[in-house]
Design a binder for this molecule. Structure first.
Ligand code: ZN
Length: 400
């Protein structure tokens, strides 16, 4: 069972436990009290014999949870929730559970019915509208989700979760100016990550202007992104790319190197740019880059992988083979080893240093499916992305 689903069921289970045991306690109290005391708790009290059925459903539901039978667990829990019409939280939890099991229509129906209640407390009402927005989003009805969150925020402008959801929808629709506005509101509400995200969004907006040919505006925005967060690698790399297009090679190389200094694990992003310079500049700039950084970053497997590629380009096969062998011993799970060994064997098969490379490679290499991983949620990815598609955190993806 998926962890989030399990958490949903566990939450529901606790809510129902509170309800069932409250009802039981009230029944016991009512038995001891004279008949006049009964009336006050009438709304929460089930008919005689109903509490037993309730308990039966509750434990039946629990046993279904334990045996991973979500559908039957939900069916039993509904029976418990229906006994008392005032239990809004239980309906909210049920709606969430339906959404998590993919039954969006039922989730929306539950949430809409809840909204029809005249006595619904204001906070539950807002939470229910928020849940409907999430239902629409999961159903892929992005426009309706967006409208729901916008209307909710008109009413409750400091609803942080709604702001976060609306921001992610604006990002999805590539409406960067609106996404930036949302991020600013989150910053004002004390979201510590917001500057970091704001820099990324500003970089994304700059890329759009660059694509449209408005280089001046793009340049300004890349610089603004760096001002907001000097650690925004993407802004540095793209600033360099634009500077190169404007013929400012020295400035471009300096910007790419800033990107490398921020996260040496992503060395390949800088080196691939240096390697794409015109042939004479490519060689000199890479040589200088590796000479400058080899001592400080020689222990970084991703930096060394980039260096080995350079050594192969340079025809320094013996040193390349030696470095690959070291990596096979130190980090046999490094995804780059497959490409590096293949490349070296292809160009230098007859070289004496390569003779024992393949047997060592086959005995040591531990291949990985996907070479990148999110440091926050642990999901594996094919390529570097700035925002993890699973947990939506920025700058958490690195080579494995
Ligand atoms: Zn993640």
């Amino acid at each position: 069972m998926e962890i989030s689903l399990f958490a949903g069921l566990a939450g529901l289970f606790i809510l129902l436990a509170v309800l069932v045991f409250t009802l039981l306690a009230r029944r016991r109290q009512a038995k001891r009290r004279p008949p006049a005391g009964k009336t006050a708790d009438k709304a929460l009290e089930p008919e005689p014999g109903e509490t037993d059925r309730l308990l039966h459903s509750y434990f039946k539901g629990l046993s279904y949870v334990l045996s991973n039978d979500t559908d039957r667990a939900v069916a039993e829990f509904i029976k418990v929730a229906q006994v008392n019409s005032a239990t809004s939280e239980i309906y909210l939890a049920l709606g969430q559970l339906f959404r998590k099991t993919g039954e969006i229509e039922r989730a929306i129906r539950i949430h809409r019915n809840l909204l029809l209640r005249s006595s619904l407390p204001a906070n539950i009402r807002l939470q229910t509208i928020f849940e409907i927005g999430l239902d629409y989003k999961q159903a892929g009805l992005i426009d309706r989700a967006r409208q729901t969150f916008e209307e909710l925020l008109d009413e409750a402008p400091t609803f942080v979760e709604a702001l976060t959801e609306l921001g992610s929808i604006y990002e999805l629709c590539r409406e960067w100016d609106k996404a930036i506005e949302v991020q600013k509101k989150l910053a004002a509400l004390g979201d510590h990550e917001s500057e970091h995200v704001l820099a990324h969004l500003t970089t994304e907006m700059a890329k759009e202007y660059e694509l449209a040919g408005d280089w001046q505006r793009a340049l300004k925005l890349y610089r603004r992104a760096i001002e907001i967060d000097p650690g925004c690698i993407d802004a540095w790399l793209h600033l360099g790319d634009l500077q190169l297009q404007q013929g400012q090679t020295t400035e471009a190389v300096a910007a790419w190197e800033r990107g490398f200094a921020i996260n040496p694990d992503l060395a390949s992003l800088t080196v691939s740019r240096l390697a794409a310079l015109p042939a004479d500049q490519a060689r000199a700039s890479q040589e200088k880059f590796f000479q400058t950084n080899l001592q400080a970053y020689g222990g970084n497997v991703n930096f060394i992988a980039a260096y080995i590629n350079f050594l192969i380009d340079e025809g320094k096969y013996a040193e390349a083979a030696g470095r690959i062998k070291e990596m096979l011993v130190r980090r046999p799970d490094c995804a780059a080893l497959f490409q590096l060994t293949g490349r070296l064997v292809h160009v230098a098969a007859g070289h004496p240093e390569c003779r024992d490379l393949l047997p060592l490679f086959f005995s040591r290499f531990q291949p990985v499916d996907k070479p990148y991983q999110c440091g926050n949620c642990g999901c594996y990815l094919e390529e570097v992305v700035w925002k993890c598609p699973k947990c939506a955190h920025w700058d958490t993806v690195a080579p494995r």
